[in-house]
Design a protein around this ligand. Structure first.
Ligand code: ADP
Ligand code: ADP
Ligand code: ZN
Length: 216
């Protein structure tokens, strides 16, 4: 059965970490608009040039750009692929666009999983976040260290990187954007009876188990 799910939660809630686990364990594909935008910035495409300053400030890139990226990426996947929307939708307009994007492709949303976290923990999570420069695997200075120091568990790489927007000031703006524009879309999905809530403060394995229990 093909699944279409949204992982919803503020910056640092663990969306990317959990999406990677679902890719490994369930064969699902993660569609992260943040990753797509960072790739566009790196490649210097017109979208990347437009998005860079907005991302550095912790504000939201335009609805048209991100919904366009999601539609394109879905078209590259086969219709049978199960997908995880990570960091999308983030506004009511994006939630509407996603409904249309899915309907046009014969897909429907199965679950919206809200990762509930304590805001005080988020700055700590985000300022300690880093990833493998070669394969993108995600780590944390204290909560998810590589098994062998300075060596990526996934690919054996030795080079790591940090995001320019993972600093305390930008994180505060990103959290404010989440509260103002993203949290208000939850009631749309609650009315459809598809919201599942998970304690995002639990250890990574427990969060993963709780999500997989919802997916069945
Ligand atoms: P995190 O999950 O840590 O909050 P993301 O990687 O999802 O961060 O997003 C990084 C930045 O990319 C955001 O702060 C925003 O500028 C931009 N961005 C990503 N996804 C969206 C989206 N759906 N709508 C608007 N802007 C987005
Ligand atoms: P998001 O994609 O929602 O912005 P990430 O998945 O990148 O968040 O997680 C942010 C940071 O917190 C990463 O460094 C990650 O290793 C760490 N992290 C993720 N989930 C947990 C957890 N349940 N407990 C402790 N640290 C976590
Ligand atoms: Zn790696």
């Amino acid at each position: 059965m093909t699944l279409n799910i949204i992982l919803l939660g503020p910056p640092g809630a663990g969306k990317g970490t959990q999406a990677a686990r679902l890719e490994e364990e369930k064969g699902m594909v993660q569609l992260s608009t943040g990753d797509m935008l960072r790739a566009a910035v790196k490649a210097g495409t017109p979208i990347g040039l437009q998005a860079k300053a907005v991302m550095d400030a912790g504000e939201l890139v335009s609805d048209e750009i991100v919904s366009g990226l999601i539609g394109e990426r879905l078209d590259e996947l086969g219709g049978e692929t199960s997908v995880i929307f990570d960091g999308y939708p983030r506004t009511a307009a994006q939630a509407d666009a996603l409904d249309a994007i899915l309907a046009a492709r014969g897909r429907k949303l199965d679950h919206v999983i809200e990762l509930q976290v304590d805001e005080d923990a988020l700055v700590d999570r985000i300022t300690g976040r880093f990833s493998c420069a070669a394969c993108g695997a995600g780590y944390h200075d204290r909560y998810k260290q590589p098994k062998t120091p300075d060596t990526c568990d996934a690919c054996g790489g030795h080079e790591f990187k940090r995001r320019p927007d993972d600093n305390e000031e930008t994180v505060r703006t990103r959290m404010a954007e989440y509260r103002a524009k993203t949290a208000p879309i939850l009631p749309i999905y609650e009315a459809r009876g598809i919201v599942g809530r998970v304690d995002g403060m639990a250890p990574i394995d427990e969060v993963n188990a709780a999500i997989e229990a919802i997916l069945g």
